[in-house]
Ligand binder design. Sequence first.
Ligand SMILES: [Zn+2]
Length: 367
Amino acid sequence: MLKAYKYRIYPDSGQRIQIAKTFGCCRFVYNRTLAYKKEMYEKEKKSVSKTDCNNFCNRKLKKEYEWLKEVDKFALTNAVYNMDSAYQKFFKEHTGYPKFKSKHDNHKSYTTNFTNGNIAVDFENGKVKLPKLKGVKAKTHRRFDGRIKSATVSQAPSGKYFVSILAEIEHMEMPHTEGNTGLDLGIRDLCITSSGEKFGNPKTIKKYERKLARLQRQLAHKEKGSRNYCRQKKKLALCHEKIANARKDYLHKVSHKIISENQVIVSENLQIKNMIKNHHLAGSISDVSWYELTRQLGYKAAWNGRKYIKIDTFYASSQICSGCGYQNAGTKDLSVREWICPVCGEKHDRDINAAKNILAEGLRQTA
Ligand SMILES: [Zn+2]
């Protein structure tokens, strides 16, 4: 199984120059081969393959622009291939026409391939070996044991550097369990399970979100392009990064717990969920978190032989008594948190009852 391990790296000044050069060369090659492809198509009605584009880069561009030889050659080839897949995507999925990359693009990265031990992680000394950079200081907090395939070096808008190592590792599936669970994705609590467990929205994220709002207000008062403006933008990027990391960490804990305890997991389809949600209540927290949680549940279920079902059909999960099936229209009002079924007398917590119905519906659909 292929798995990515991302580490923060601390390149020295020489290494930072080399990384910046590689970003620049990749952007250059991307743009020039895109222009080449476009021109060949418009002038000669010829569709050129990614190999043709790579040959154009090696035989033509590298001759004309000697400095392209100063950076890692795999990074350039991957830039050409990225351009080609953006182009293919445009044809197949009718997404936007591939754009030329700008110098001011916030997303800076390049990918290099493993060959003859050119990429290695030294866990003992906290270093990552990369082509043309030798040893880069790194925070190697997660160990892995496997064959390295590639490495992606990136720089976040906050200015921090990272490397993501893709490796082929042997995967141990979690042991089989008898548990099943339904999940109600909520706003007050992020996720409520049919067995009554509630995962709240972490306070740290709320704290950072307030800080983010403050930073944004401050930015609005600064003169665009000024030194203070740039400094403020960096602070803002750092805050975004902190929120994203805190969210991911927390959601990994939640998804790990749910997957390890259950064999079948059922939740609502997010598109449906978004259609019916009350827009006044929905904060940005739940939107991003729901998406990320269901994404993690999806791949972790696949890795561990679990079944993750997303139910498509809309039905009034919070109105139906999970005990007897009676439909209680009185619970349409979102402020009703608890109710007693007038038919069977069962006492319900609104969200747990909904989660129970979601589980039952998922099991029914797959029976
Ligand atoms: Zn009932």
